[in-house]
Design a protein around this ligand. Sequence first.
Ligand SMILES: Cc1ncc(COP(=O)(O)O)c(C=O)c1O
Length: 374
Amino acid sequence: MNIFEVYQLWPIEPVRAKGCKIWDKEGTEYLDLYGGHAVISIGHTHPTYCSMLKEQIGKIGFYSNAVENSLQVELAQQLGRMCGYPDYSLFLCNSGAEANENAMKLASFHTGKAKIIAMNKAFHGRTSGAVAATDNPKIQAPFNKTDHIVFVPVNDLQALENELKKEEYAALMIEGIQGVAGIFEPQVEYLKSARELCDKYGVVLIFDEVQSGYGRTGQFFAHQQSVVKGDIITTAKGMANGFPIGGVIMSPKFKAVTGMLGTTFGGNHLACTAALTVLKVIEDEHLINNAKIIGEYLISHLKGNKAIKELRGRGLMIGIELYPEYLTLRDRLLFEKKIFTGGAGKSVIRLLPPLCISKENADQFIDAFNDLTK
Ligand SMILES: Cc1ncc(COP(=O)(O)O)c(C=O)c1O
C-alpha cells in the first residue's frame, strides 16, 4: 500500500525536536517558526509534557465516554479559569474541523434553524459542514456544496445585517484572526456590532479560535482584544502541543441532552493529560505574555524591510505580505537559513512559532530575513 499523496512535501524529515529547534535525519538543525501549523504551543518535547504523558500512559491511555473521567472535569475547570469563560461548558473532540462541525450543529439544534453565515476567505476545516463554511470551492466536493452557508465580507456590517434580517440563520461564525486567508483581523467595532446584531436576531455567535487561540496572540483568545463574548468558542491546534484534540466551549444557555453530541476518541485520558500539561506550562512559564512581547519585538524589527508590502497580525500570529520580487523568500529561509515558516498563498509568510520562542530565536529569524532581502 502507498500513501495517498495529498500533501506537498518538503524533502526534509524531522526526527528530533526541542523547544523551538528541530533536527532532521542528517542532523541538520532548523529553527521552527511554524510550530507544525500553530500546533506546538509550549515547545517541542517539553520535559513536563514528556513526563506527564509517560506517567499517564502507564496508568490508562484510553477508555470510552461511557465511563467517568475526572481528567475531563479537571481540564474543563482549568481551561474555563484560564480562558475567561469559567461559567461555560466544554465538549471534547479530536480536531479543529470536528470542533466547528459540533459548534454549527449545536447552534442549529439550539435555534431550530439551518443556515450559517461565514466570512469571505474563511477556513474552518475539511469535514462536510466545516468545508462548506470554508470559502474555497476547490476543496469542496459536490457532496459538500450547500445553500446553508452564506459568505459575507469581513468588517462589512451592512452586508451582515442584510443577511441576518432574513431571520434564517442559526449562527455567525468568525475566526479570531483569519489564518489560512493570510492573517486578517475583524475590527473591534465590527465585533461589538456583530454581537449586538446576533442578540437582536437570535443568532449564535461562534468564534473559531482553532488557530488564533490558546495564547498565540498575547491573549487567551484573539477575539478578547474586544470585550465581546462568543456564545461558542472552538479550539484545537495549540491545545495539546501536537496530541490530537479539539474543544467546543459553550455558553450556559446551551442545554446538554444525552446523546446530542458524541465521539469515540474525544476527551481520552492521554489527550486530557496533554491538554492539562499545556495549560500548566502556559501558566507556569507566562507564555501568553511571552507571545505578546516577542510578537511585538518581531513586528517592530521587521517593519520597514523593503521586501514587506504589509505586516499584519498580533503576538505570534504574524502575516508578512511580500512584494512580488520576493516570493521565493519562504523557500530560501528554509533551505538557505534552515528556518521553518508558514505560508498563505504565494505572497504571505505566516509566523506561528511555539509560544516559548526566545528573543535569540527571534533575532536569528530577523537576521536571516534581513540578509536574504538586503
Ligand atoms: C481557523 C481554523 N479552523 C479550523 C481548522 C481545521 O482544523 P483541523 O485541521 O484540526 O481539522 C483550521 C486548520 O488550519 C483553522 O486554521
